[in-house]
Design a binder for this molecule. Structure first.
Ligand code: VGL
Ligand code: ZN
Length: 272
């Protein structure tokens, strides 16, 4: 935990003033933590889509959640939440096996279509099953926002924001816009700021992402996060990858092209 408090201190211009009332100049920046898919089917070695060594991240996830919560920063957990016979399952296709790829074609609302490669997975994170529950050692505070994704049968959702048709919203963007609106309103009514014209209204400008899998749900969540945030950071030490073919290399390249900061705290990379 100490490691993550130091991390927040080192990067405090991005993390607002927390509970420190005297740090007015930094009040307009807030951050949020997105914890991606820390569920039994991914984290447990016996899970349906076990991500190698992913139980190792649990203590760091808990410590980060504590540090963000203590500083009154928003914490979001995503939960992969598929219906039985979901279209991302190999079992839903004839003559396909897990980890095969198919091309899916989605019709856009405004016309036209989008083609995306869909990896087919073993059945996993089926709604209401043990595999879909958060790992028992993960602490989910009652104040956290939980966003479920991938429950529409015809379309998978890797990203916490947009499903794989690149069009259907999960609801998380609207939620965050609402939180920002609330921050703006409370800053307008707070007396400490009313006579300070230069004060900008607070806003969540910064997003830190951890969880699994680095090369799928973490990657696409990070790429989409730029719609809402100025700065997007993936803490690589607190993620693990499925690692299929070049998926890790491709994920890193795609994130870096978008401007996502993929950092490794263990390499001393703690100034973001
Ligand atoms: C994920 C594959 C299928 C992930 C979810 O959490 O990265 N990967 N569903
Ligand atoms: Zn899934």
């Amino acid at each position: 935990k100490k490691k993550w408090m130091t991390f927040m201190e080192t990067n405090r211009m991005f993390f607002g003033s927390g509970n420190d009332e005297n740090e007015n100049e930094m009040n307009e920046n807030k951050s949020c933590l997105i914890v991606v898919d820390v569920q039994n089917d991914f984290l447990s070695p016996t899970g349906a889509l076990s991500v190698p060594n992913s139980e190792e991240i649990i203590e760091d996830v808990n410590a980060l959640v504590d540090v963000f919560s203590e500083r009154n920063e928003l914490v979001i957990f995503t939960q992969d939440w598929h219906c039985p016979e979901h279209s991302s399952f190999a079992s839903a296709e004839k003559n396909k096996k897990p980890f095969d790829e198919v091309v899916k074609c989605y019709k856009k609302n405004e016309g036209g279509e989008v083609k995306v490669v869909q990896t087919l997975w073993p059945d996993h994170c089926v709604q209401g099953t043990k595999g879909a529950e958060f790992h028992e050692r993960i602490r989910v505070p009652t104040s956290a926002k939980v966003i479920r994704k991938g429950f529409r049968k015809r379309v998978d959702s890797y990203s916490a924001f947009l499903e794989n048709d690149k069009e259907t919203e999960t609801g998380l963007s609207e939620f965050i816009r609402g939180v920002n609106k609330g921050l703006e309103l409370s800053s307008l009514t707070s007396s400490s700021k009313s006579d300070d014209n230069a004060a900008k209204s607070p806003k969540i400008t910064h997003c830190v992402i951890v969880g699994v899998a680095f090369d799928y749900c973490v990657r696409f969540t990070a790429e989409d996060a730029f719609e809402l945030f100025d700065r997007v950071v993936v803490l690589e030490d607190v993620t693990r990858a499925v690692n299929l073919g070049d998926s890790v290399k491709e994920a890193r390249k795609a994130m870096e092209q978008k401007g996502v900061h993929v950092v490794k705290i263990s390499d001393g990379d703690n100034n973001i």
